[in-house]
Design a protein around this ligand. Structure first.
Ligand code: 0GY
Length: 306
């Protein structure tokens, strides 16, 4: 099947720079996607955008280029609840990728077990209105209850202004809950203002809540470096991500978000994104927790050493 990219869609960076940061051995890129290729794994009819193809081989090449050892591949909304591209990437990763799927209430037990065998370890619930149609919360709770016995966790994606309404649902989930991109704070607001305090409180009061300190390129208003070759980017996101890393060092994850769906203004250089890490996790110990210990405990517990 032929797919036309959504007009204005930006393809991923063709030639990311080599990061200055040498990430610790065994580092995990814990938030990235595969898109199609559409001819092999068609995009879902209910999708809100049509991306560029971004294959598992391209993802694995980026992993190697950035110095990472493993990936956690998260089902993107353009594939709906058809997890075939994700599962195909997992089974061809030599055990170096695990996944987070999207499933519907009517998913069969056999299908869940097969996904587990391929390396799926979580389900994603998406509440970002521009990306998905509404799914009733009782349906999501039922999915969480069915996947929890497999040891799966729940990944949630939402925007900061929706946290008050979602609070009761999130805090009732029976599993580890991983929040994408710090709940998408509005970084023009103060880092100690009421909106971000609510997110910090969610993590403080609920030790099963983790956060990805990812996507500065999505959250930033100050944006990428003004000049080619400069490596100082997305500085307005630093206080938010650093606060979460320093307050909850054992419950944070980091990911590239490659191939960066729905960025309208610029496409980040993935090497620069890696060089953002020392700004938010300034010590070697924090970097090791963020990039190795935490993702290993969540996604490869049988191999985790800490
Ligand atoms: C992300 C961000 C986005 C898209 C998706 O599943 C998706 O389509 O996650 C977005 O547009 O904010 O986390 O990759």
């Amino acid at each position: 099947m032929e797919f036309q990219m959504t007009p204005g869609w930006l393809p991923f960076h063709p030639n990311p720079s080599t990061p200055r940061l040498r990430v610790p051995p065994g580092a995990v890129d814990a938030h990235c996607h595969v898109f199609g290729p559409g001819a092999q794994f068609p995009y879902a009819p209910e999708r809100k955008y049509t991306p560029c193809d971004a294959s598992k081989d391209q993802l694995f090449a980026l992993r190697d280029r950035l110095g990472f050892a493993r990936n956690v591949i998260v089902q993107a909304t353009c594939h709906g609840s058809d997890n075939r591209a994700l599962v195909d990437a997992l089974v061809h990763s030599d055990g170096r990728a695990r996944g987070v799927a999207t499933v519907r209430r009517d998913v069969a037990d056999d299908a869940l077990r097969a996904m587990h065998g391929a390396g799926v370890r979580g389900v994603r619930f998406n509440f970002v209105k521009r990306l998905v149609d509404f799914t009733p919360k009782d349906e999501l709770m039922e999915i969480a209850a069915r996947t929890a016995p497999l040891g799966w966790h729940v990944v949630v994606y939402f925007e900061a202004q929706d946290l008050p309404e979602l609070w009761d649902f999130f805090t009732a989930l029976p599993t580890t809950v991983v929040v994408d991109h710090m709940g998408r704070p509005d970084v023009r607001k103060p880092v100690d203002g009421p909106e971000f305090e609510l997110f910090v409180r969610l993590m403080r009061e609920h030790p099963n809540v983790w956060s990805k300190v990812s996507c500065p390129e999505r959250l930033s208003v100050s944006g990428p470096p003004a000049l080619d070759g400069e490596r100082d980017a997305y500085r307005d996101v630093v206080p938010f991500a650093r606060r979460i890393v320093e307050t909850f060092p054992d419950r944070v994850l980091w990911g590239t978000d490659w191939p960066h769906p729905n960025l309208k203004d610029h496409m980040p250089d993935d090497g620069l994104l890696v060089d953002f890490i020392p700004h938010i996790a300034p010590t070697a110990e924090l970097q090791r927790k963020l990039l190795v210990d935490n993702p290993m405990r969540l996604y490869w517990p049988e191999q985790a050493s800490r």
